[in-house]
Ligand binder design. Structure first.
Ligand code: MLT
Length: 274
């Protein structure tokens, strides 16, 4: 386990806030210039992380099926229309939202034009953020490392489920908080009731994340329509050392942004700010 030197923080503190569903935020302006992490464990975060890990060129989250279709049609053969309604592939799209669809064979080199029920609306709410990254269990240590190094306040935005609390998103958020506490920021993190509550919820499920997913409302629904294997995939911890970043309306790995001068993201670090 990587432990960070407490001295890294000096007297700085990191406030971690949390919203249980994107619907708790009225407008994109609520997150303007904020550091945000979006989590939609079942399944948009996990499919996006998996797609980038398997070589997708970039992901474009959209605010409607119609806008996805328009962007897709204007993007030529390099684009795939991806996403779901009621967890099933949208008619006329290329891919649904099941993890196994995001194989290297299907997505390598492709632009994934994405629309889903709760995941993409959450990402659209973060379009004016200062920094926005995507979290799942599958990349959680990489996300924890990012925020420990950023050393700035941030907001965890759970996608939620149709405006309501999502057990899996909140447990994943709580794991992120717990990892940060144990990896060097213990006395430097200031929690709100929601982020503290999420960390306590994680403590009660950490021994069996798959069981938690199987008990969740959305997990039960996905299982009922034949997507039980997605629960296995979405519950795996640290499968990928990949940090997806939303910048200029596009999601790429942080490394891909660094390598692409056109889309260089503003890295907000102590060094740059000095
Ligand atoms: C969502 O965006 O609400 C979920 O990812 C839906 C799903 O894929 O089951």
């Amino acid at each position: 386990m990587e432990v960070y030197n407490q001295n890294l923080f000096g007297d700085k503190t990191i406030k971690v806030s949390l919203y249980f569903a994107h619907d708790y935020l009225d407008s994109e302006l609520d997150l303007k210039d904020k550091n945000v992490v979006v989590v939609d464990v079942l399944r948009t975060s996990t499919t996006m992380i998996t797609g980038l890990a398997n070589g997708a060129k970039e992901i474009i989250p959209t605010d409607s099926i119609a806008s996805a279709g328009m962007i897709g049609r204007n993007s030529g053969s390099q684009a795939l229309l991806c996403g779901e309604r009621n967890a099933k592939m949208i008619e006329g799209f290329n891919l649904g939202n099941s993890i196994k669809e995001y194989s290297e064979e299907n997505v390598k080199g492709k632009i994934l034009v994405f629309n889903s029920t709760n995941g993409t609306p959450s990402l659209m709410k973060a379009k004016f953020s200062r920094n926005c990254v995507v979290l799942g269990f599958v990349n959680i240590s990489r996300v924890a490392k990012y925020f420990l190094e950023l050393k700035e306040d941030f907001i965890i935005m759970c996608a939620g489920r149709n405006g309501a609390f999502s057990l899996e998103d909140t447990v994943c958020a709580g794991m992120l908080v717990s990892l940060m506490l144990t990896r060097g920021a213990h006395n430097k993190i200031v929690l709100t009731d929601s982020s503290l509550g999420a960390s306590k919820l994680y403590s009660s499920y950490k021994k069996d994340l798959l069981k938690m997913l199987q008990e969740s409302e959305h997990g039960i629904f996905l299982t009922s329509i034949g997507f039980e294997d997605d629960l296995n995939e979405c519950g795996k911890v640290d499968v990928y050392n990949l940090l997806p970043v939303l910048k200029n309306g596009v999601i790429k790995s942080v490394e891909a942004f660094a390598a692409d001068p056109k889309l260089t993201m503003k890295k907000i670090t102590q060094k740059n700010a000095g």
